[in-house]
Design a protein around this ligand. Structure first.
Ligand SMILES: C[S@@+](CC[C@H](N)C(=O)[O-])C[C@H]1O[C@@H](n2cnc3c(N)ncnc32)[C@H](O)[C@@H]1O
Length: 248
């Protein structure tokens, strides 16, 4: 069996219990070395074969999985954050389908929720934003025309922008299409890692802060009024509001 496992955003304790137990039991571990914290490997068995996929091609990764499977060895395929977000796992699963090799996906804590946590913010606030857009700027990987930052910005929703901090000037310009210049923005570099850094500002000044500090990878850009002051409390704990579990 191949297990696609979310390692979480960085802190090795932010992997799920299930993910950790599977790493402990698998004979082969293939981890995405450019982003997964190597501390996660301490969960692996002493005699496990460990591969860093950062320098490998899809074929090479699949070959290791195939060989292990043929020997009856389970494989932990460890991706950063949650594997279903920019994890490039679908192509691996498709190849495994073709080979008739079974697999499971174990979710993880994504870096966008980790970034909100270290900022001590809630991504959804009543009257402010009830929608989270997870996206990225167009780079070498194209983005469908209906999903550009310019068009998505018009919703003024909470937005979590992955893989884009290296193009912060362009990101800011595009976001100005929909958000006002004084909309709060936070950039979190390596959320939950020991060398985590947080930059807070608005669309007016965030690019400057990011560039001054040479942040050009492994950062989450969060934008939206959820980063500002709270306007309304939720109904959930409102004493005057009845619901299934509580009478007003
Ligand atoms: C290939 S994507 C993988 C995302 C991952 N699957 C997730 O759910 O977080 C890599 C991008 O995720 C973001 N990222 C990953 N780990 C991060 C962290 N600890 N702090 C901030 N951003 C992070 C960055 O935008 C980075 O460029």
């Amino acid at each position: 069996m191949i297990y696609f496992i979310g390692a979480g955003p960085g802190d090795p304790e932010l992997i799920t219990v299930k993910g950790m137990k599977l790493i402990q039991s698998c004979g082969v571990v293939i981890y995405a070395g450019s982003l997964v914290n190597k501390e996660i490997l301490k969960y692996a068995k002493k005699d496990a074969s460990i591969y860093n996929s950062a320098s490998m091609s899809l074929d090479e990764i699949i070959d290791i999985m195939k060989e292990a499977h043929n020997k009856g060895i389970d494989v932990a395929r460890v991706h950063t954050g949650d594997p279903t977000i920019y994890g490039a796992i679908r192509e691996q699963m498709q190849e495994l389908d073709g080979l008739g090799i079974p697999y499971e996906v174990i979710p993880g804590v994504s870096s966008f929720t980790a970034a909100a946590s270290v900022l001590k913010k809630e991504l959804t606030l009543p009257e402010v934003s009830q929608t989270i857009i997870i996206t990225r700027a167009e780079g070498r990987t194209p983005v469908p025309q209906e999903q550009t930052l310019r068009s998505l910005s018009k919703h003024k929703a909470t937005m979590a922008i992955f893989l884009s901090v290296q193009d912060i000037d362009k990101v800011v310009e595009d976001l100005k299409e929909g958000y006002s210049e004084d909309t709060p923005v936070a950039v979190v570099y390596k959320a939950t890692w020991e060398d985590e850094l947080i930059f807070e500002g608005t669309l007016k000044n965030i690019a400057e802060k990011v560039k001054e500090n040479d942040i050009n990878k492994t950062a989450m850009i969060l934008i939206g009024d959820f980063l500002g002051d709270i306007k309304e409390y939720s109904k959930l704990y409102d004493a005057a509001f009845s619901h299934n579990y509580r009478k007003a």
